[in-house]
Write a protein that binds this ligand. Structure first.
Ligand SMILES: [Zn+2]
Length: 193
């Protein structure tokens, strides 16, 4: 069995849920950057891996493993570097209806920071997100969330774009700690320049 097949099987075996739109927006991103042919290649590969994603019914909550598998398969067949996975997260933050509905309630950066952990629950039904605000930076820690590194990159891009929507100053984000690098959780540090 290939390494990718093993990873996909392992992900699909988990029962944790993600907003269906989190899958759709990833597929949409593949279409944008890889075109129709690329998208067909992705569909074919997913079929080969027995990864059944029914895009006609995406209103509700879906397997988080399917969403992450889209990133893994894309990385394998298109040779995506980390940057592309970060951009996939940025694309989702800028285009998803779920995000737009959340942002409609947000009036300023502080209000956004105070509500990021609530917004996490709009997206994932697994994992805990906590924020720790400092003078010129923000720490976002995600615990109980163990899948694949590709999802960390997606989240990094998502947070960057989400917070960037309300930041006048340019921001930098890095994942300071990660469970895949020996950490206890995923810790993202956001700095305003
Ligand atoms: Zn991580």
């Amino acid at each position: 069995m290939s390494n990718l097949q093993e990873k996909v099987n392992n992900l699909i075996g988990k029962e944790d849920l993600v907003r269906g739109e989190m899958i759709l927006s990833r597929l949409e991103y593949v279409k944008r950057v890889e075109g129709k042919e690329g998208f067909s290649a992705l569909e074919e590969k997913m079929k080969e891996l027995d990864l059944d994603i029914n895009t006609d019914d995406m209103e509700d909550w879906k397997s988080v493993g399917s969403a992450i598998s889209v990133l893994l398969v894309s990385r394998e067949i298109f040779g995506w570097k980390d940057k592309k996975l970060i951009e996939a997260g940025e694309f989702s933050a800028k285009t998803m209806t779920t995000t737009k509905l959340f942002m409609r309630k947000i009036t300023d950066l502080q209000f956004l920071i105070d509500n990021i952990s609530n917004h996490w629950k709009d997206l994932y039904r697994v994992g805990d997100l906590k924020t720790n605000q400092k003078a010129k930076s923000l720490e976002v820690t995600i615990g109980n969330f163990n899948y694949e590194k590709e999802e960390c990159l997606f989240i990094k891009g998502y947070l960057k774009a989400l917070i960037g929507l309300f930041s006048e100053k340019e921001l930098e984000i890095k994942e300071e700690e990660c469970i895949y690098d020996g950490g206890n959780s995923h810790k993202f540090l956001i700095n305003w320049k």
